[in-house]
Design a protein. Structure first.
Length: 405
């Protein structure tokens, strides 16, 4: 059984206390057995005998839980660097979508990609994502927008889960936008979703959550409600892409439908924030999406003050967030969304896990949870966030196994 000793500070990040309460433990050790944490806490209280363990030395570095990226669109065909250039030159994300770019251009490339091709690309990305510190990841469909192509994408996630150590959670996002062949008959697409695609995804247990993009350019609150309620009937709890580009009642809908999270929220209303707090909906802030669409960032401190738990995720996708580095997103959330480093850490660990219903097995360093943790060569979490360094020495343990040293 392995025992990691000589940890200067271990940050437990329990689902207790407030968002700042990351429970630092000084001079700590952690032991695990068959990929599951057996003990994590101060060396002085460790109940075992060192000579019974395979002892590893953290060399005075810090240990944090493996990161949880609770919002990504991992599998897609192609990339969209030209749109990046257009946005930098002044075209808005919506203008680009209206002229046939945006989500629809990725839909075209995803539809024309074979499942194996999508799998190979997503698998290569996942390896890099794991090496950057993310050990649990949520992955959405939503670039297929037909029965065949949505299922193809969700199968890719099933295969990744089967072949990879990382914890992978799938979300069905058939309501990402209305596909081109239904442009003038959106009700027919919604019927296709509620009568065919959602039942099939539910019956084949291809996704744990059902997400909708609530936005003028995508789905209205009433349309989204119908889709989310159908998802619930098939065992998928709601999630909402809410209030990203305009304030459209997305957060309110998330609270009303019992969504596990509402994500983006740059334009959330005060009523929406209050309703989320009352219903315990986790807010997911996505700093890369704000950065790349050149929108103002979410004021996370305001949400925390109102009693909402805030998770931090990448939104990794080929359009609005082509970057998968969660520590960088955390640093942006500190600088632009008024999170302290401790709050960002809780947002990318235990609250990220809560946003995808994984808090009983990941997100904190407690007995019985998966032995997912990072050993980082910094004196503190504050220092880690303050000096973002892509070449920082970091070890990544996933289910007790070192996947990056
Ligand atoms: O989460 N907001 C909607 N969907 C994605 C963007 C997808 C894309 O641009 O391809 C998002 O930002
Ligand atoms: Fe997204």
């Amino acid at each position: 059984m392995p025992l990691l000793k000589n940890i200067s500070t271990l940050y437990v990040c329990p689902d207790e206390g407030d968002q700042s309460d990351i429970r630092p433990v000084h001079d700590a050790v952690i032991s695990w057995k068959e990929g599951v944490i057996e003990w994590a806490g101060p060396k002085s209280e460790f109940p075992g005998r060192e000579d019974e363990y395979e002892v590893l030395n953290a060399g005075g570095r810090i240990v944090i839980p493996g990161l949880v990226d609770c919002h990504t669109h991992l599998a897609f065909g192609g990339w969209r660097p030209d749109e990046f250039e257009m946005r930098v030159q002044g075209k808005s994300y919506l203008e680009i979508s209206r002229s046939g770019g945006g989500i629809l251009s990725t839909v075209k490339e995803t539809r024309s990609s074979h499942e194996n091709e999508l799998y190979k690309k997503a698998s290569g990305l996942l390896d890099k994502i794991n090496r950057s510190g993310t050990t649990t990841i949520e992955c959405k469909s939503g670039y297929g927008l037909s029965l065949k192509d949505e299922i193809k994408t969700l199968r890719v996630y099933d295969r990744l889960r089967f072949n990879n150590k990382a914890h992978i959670i799938s979300t069905f996002l058939g309501a990402h936008t209305v596909p081109p062949e239904f442009q003038d008959q959106r009700e027919s697409y919604i019927r296709l979703l509620t009568d065919d695609i959602i039942p099939r995804v539910g019956e084949e247990k291809l996704a744990k959550f059902c997400d909708v993009f609530v936005e003028e350019s995508a789905f209205s609150v009433d349309e989204a409600r119908q889709i989310l309620e159908t998802g619930k009937q098939y065992g998928m709890r709601p999630k909402v892409h809410a209030d990203q580009l305009s304030s459209g009642g997305g957060a309110e809908l998330a609270a009303e439908t019992g969504a596990i999270s509402a994500d983006h929220l740059e334009k959330v209303s005060d009523t929406g924030i209050r309703m989320m707090a009352e219903s315990g909906v986790v807010a997911v802030t996505l700093p890369f999406a704000s950065l790349y669409t050149q929108e103002s960032f979410l004021d996370c401190r305001k949400l925390i003050d109102e009693g909402v738990q805030v998770a931090v995720a990448t939104d990794f996708n080929p359009g609005s967030a082509p970057c998968y580095d969660l520590p960088l997103a955390m640093m942006l959330a500190c600088n632009q969304s008024r999170l302290t480093p401790a709050q960002a850490l809780k947002g990318a660990t235990i609250y990220g896990a809560k946003a995808i219903g994984m808090e009983s097995s990941t997100g904190s360093l407690e007995k019985g949870k998966s032995a997912d943790f990072l050993v980082i060569d910094v004196p503190s979490v504050n220092f880690w966030m303050y000096q973002f360094a892509p070449d920082r020495k970091m070890e990544v343990f996933l289910k007790g196994e070192c996947i990056r040293s």
